[in-house]
Design a protein around this ligand. Structure first.
Ligand code: SF4
Length: 762
């Protein structure tokens, strides 16, 4: 593929792989990297990514080992692809936009758009224009500032943040939004781990994971639930391999038998290169989509019954007594969940669940890891609370090898929240921000991503500013989202590469090109570094090493600082110019506003940075009662009418977030096509649909609106019964905007009721 054309769409299917990584992963990483840039730049990026003096891989939020234990090649296939996708030598200049109208660009695939290379200068689309044209930075930021000042309420603007944004820029963005007068700070977390935040906050008082890499290595039993680490957090497999080599056990719970959960071949170890690698899951639960709440309810019921049979031997009464509330109500409810319901919801036999139960009884410590397979269901928050119940029963919070582990996707999605990017930051944070900068932040909640789309549709939000990310493709209900964006007076994208959010835009649109994670960042005071926080709350520095893709790029910090000055005027209490010149000045302020960041500048300069301790590991639970909360979660299972399936959207292996790097999904054996739906052969037989039939996916929702994704090829695949899987963003169109998780408002992208209709023949 040259990158200037779409790859051909000729599906071939091979058997799903039964192991992940190994030398083929190295070969694929190098092949993609060298298709993007030179050998020298590839070497420069790969030698610096995830190194103490290098830059943080933007691929995901899996943590690095401590400095002395890091490998020279501390990256995975997808990390290598991602950093070289950013470090590409391809460039988009003004003549590109002269040659291609916006309509023409909108007709191109996501793959094609991404392959055009790095954006190099600010561009504007004026009202009624068909093309983007160049615009200077001063004029572009002046235009945006003017639109913001002209709004009749600050709440008519949205400031969307993707998890690529670093801590310093995230802190400035939320400061600017609040000084301007709004809490409208939707972020990509609204779309993925929002349910984790709510479930953990309600159960344990803090919306973050509690484990470290050492805990993972030394745990007796790890559950990997609704998560595909082989594709989405590949270096997690090295950590799980370490667990296995130290004698720990792993239970994988998934609707698909993912390769990385079966066996891992470590490409830097002899047994991974010439041997068979390490088996990962000791037990695989092939669960129905959305059945995880019922699974943990079943495990909790078994633990309570085991305690009844042998009092004082199963539960950690001392922990429950000292640290928790609500045990009795929870226990009464847990005992009442019926095995018929559990079987119907999970598709698992009682024997399979009892086997897991025996593993739990044999384990002194346990960790539950999860990702979107849990959070993007209607009952995602309840499932996470039930997971917390499960761990608390045996005191598996706050001891070595135990705890909760929501595995975040984007590299700084957790850090952005810590920095205040949330539409409903708690009042103590707002008070501290106001004290530090001498203003009163708005206290009414802002709009999250889903409510933001609705506000744009309704004409209540007029200006959209997206910092990093690809909002149009990351969000549900694509048709509604696209209408919403086109309904805006002004849409602004601060981006490194071209994507759909530039082609689906408002009456006026700006593209503001920015530095990538791998680019060197030099400001008035000299070379800068930025910081990030990973899934395990390690905060560390990241220094780009490559010359920027264009001399016209500004850092996100510079863009936000200049925009703030133009919008708000000079503010003695908020020295925007100083912030732009020297990021230490931002970190000094963060240290005075954000708990846990005391002496930020000093501590982050230590090799490997520092860890933000999770209070639950010290027995402190910041809930209203000061205790961990056992919750009573109503049994729930997705209702799927006969003749329908529960569809989950997912990534292919050769994809990063919304960006496909190829049309393949290597581990699942899908090649040269993305409009594919994977369905269990027995379900296909029942539905009377043949393998390789071409169908339209039609989602069924209470509003009666037809949402259709046309022309998908059916692939008979070992998905669990009643479940189907297809790639996003192609299937986002099927997720109704108001189909969201209870409490968290996270889109239910893993639980879409669909029917498969034969596609009309041409
Ligand atoms: S595991 Fe994640 S952070 Fe690490 S190299 Fe791979 S993609 Fe990058």
């Amino acid at each position: 593929m040259t990158g200037n054309e779409d790859p051909s769409d000729h599906l071939t299917v091979t058997p799903p792989k039964t192991w992940a990584t190994g030398l083929p992963a190295v070969a694929h990483a190098l092949e993609y990297s060298l298709s993007q840039t030179s050998v020298r730049r590839t070497a420069l990026t790969l030698l610096n990514v995830n190194q103490v003096k290098g830059f943080d891989c933007p691929g995901c939020a899996w943590p690095e080992p401590k400095p002395g234990r890091r490998h020279r090649n501390e990256y995975c296939e997808n990390g290598a692809k991602h950093v070289n996708d950013e470090a590409t030598s391809r460039r988009i200049h003004a003549d590109f936009f002269r040659e291609h109208s916006i309509t023409e660009l909108d007709g191109k695939s996501d793959y094609w758009l991404n392959q055009q290379g790095r954006l190099t200068e600010p561009m504007v689309k004026r009202p009624g224009a068909t093309h983007y044209v160049p615009i200077g930075w001063d004029e572009a930021l002046g235009l945006l500032a003017g639109e913001l000042r002209a709004l009749d309420s600050p709440d008519r603007a949205l400031f969307y943040v993707s998890g690529r944004l670093n801590n310093e820029a995230a802190f400035l963005l939320q400061l600017f939004a609040r000084a301007y007068g709004t809490n409208n700070l939707p972020d990509c977390s609204n779309l993925c781990h929002e349910s984790s935040g709510w479930g953990l906050r309600q159960s344990l008082g803090i919306a973050k994971g509690s484990v470290s890499l050492d805990d993972i290595h030394n745990s007796d039993l790890i559950f990997v639930v609704g998560q595909n680490p082989g594709t989405n957090h590949p270096r997690m497999l090295s950590a799980l391999e370490e667990t296995k080599l130290r004698g720990g056990r792993i239970v994988a719970v998934n609707t698909l038998p993912e390769a990385g959960l079966i066996r891992f071949k470590h490409p830097q170890k002899a047994r991974g290169v010439i041997g068979r690698g390490t088996p990962i899951a000791d037990q695989f639960l092939h669960i129905r989509a959305g059945g995880d709440l019922a699974l943990f309810q079943a495990l909790n019921r078994l633990l309570l019954e085991a305690e009844d049979a042998a009092p004082g031997t199963v539960l950690d009464h001392a922990w429950i007594e000292q640290h928790s509330t609500g045990f009795e109500e929870f226990a009464a409810h847990a005992r009442s969940v019926s095995w018929d319901d559990i079987h119907a919801a999970t598709g698992l036999t009682r024997a399979e669940i009892e086997q897991v139960h025996q593993r739990v009884l044999a384990s002194g410590s346990a960790i539950v890891c999860w990702a979107m397979g849990i959070t993007q269901h209607k009952h995602g928050v309840a499932t996470i609370r039930e997971i917390a119940n499960f761990l608390m029963l045996r005191g598996n919070i706050g001891k070595p090898g135990a705890g909760v582990c929501p595995v975040r996707g984007h590299s700084n999605v957790q850090g952005d929240r810590t920095m205040g990017v949330w539409e409903q930051m708690p009042q103590p944070f707002l008070d501290a921000l106001g004290r530090e900068f001498g203003f009163t932040p708005p206290s009414h909640h802002g709009l999250d991503a889903v409510r933001g789309i609705q506000a744009m549709l309704d004409g209540d939000a007029k200006v959209f500013v997206g910092v990093a990310g690809n909002f149009v493709r990351a969000t549900p209900d694509s048709t509604a989202t696209e209408r919403a964006m086109r309904n805006c007076r002004l849409t602004v994208q601060i981006s490194t590469k071209l994507n759909r959010s530039h082609t689906v835009c408002g009456e006026t649109a700006l593209i503001l090109p920015t530095l990538g994670r791998s680019d060197r960042d030099v400001q008035a005071s000299g070379e800068q570094f930025i910081t990030v926080e990973d899934s395990m709350s390690d905060v560390h520095a990241s220094r780009g090493t490559l010359p920027p893709a264009s001399p016209q790029l500004l850092s996100e910090v510079a863009i936000i600082s200049r925009l703030a000055r133009l919008t708000l005027g000079e503010q003695p209490a908020i020295p925007w110019e100083e912030f732009e010149a020297d990021y230490d000045a931002i970190r000094d302020r963060i240290s005075r506003v954000v708990p846990g960041f005391e002496d930020f500048n000093e501590r982050v300069r230590q090799p490997g940075g520092f860890n933000l301790p999770n209070p639950v590991n010290q027995g402190t639970f910041p809930t209203p009662s000061g205790k961990a909360v056992f919750s009573r979660n109503a049994f729930e299972m997705p209702l799927v009418p006969e003749g329908h399936l529960l569809l989950q959207s997912l990534r292919s292996h050769d994809q990063w977030n919304t960006v496909p790097y190829a049309l393949d999904d290597r581990y699942r054996g899908i090649h040269n096509a993305r409009r594919v739906v994977m369905v269990n052969p027995d379900d296909l037989a029942e539905l009377g649909i043949a393998d390789r039939a071409v169908v339209d996916l039609v989602s069924v929702w209470r509003d009666g609106v037809e949402r259709r994704a046309a022309g998908f090829t059916v692939v008979a695949y070992p998905a669990s019964r009643g479940s189907a899987a297809a790639y996003y963003p192609e299937t986002n169109v099927l997720v109704p905007l108001d189909s969201t998780a209870d409490v968290s408002n996270c889109p239910t992208s893993k639980g879409i009721v669909v029917r498969l209709e034969p596609a009309p023949t041409a």
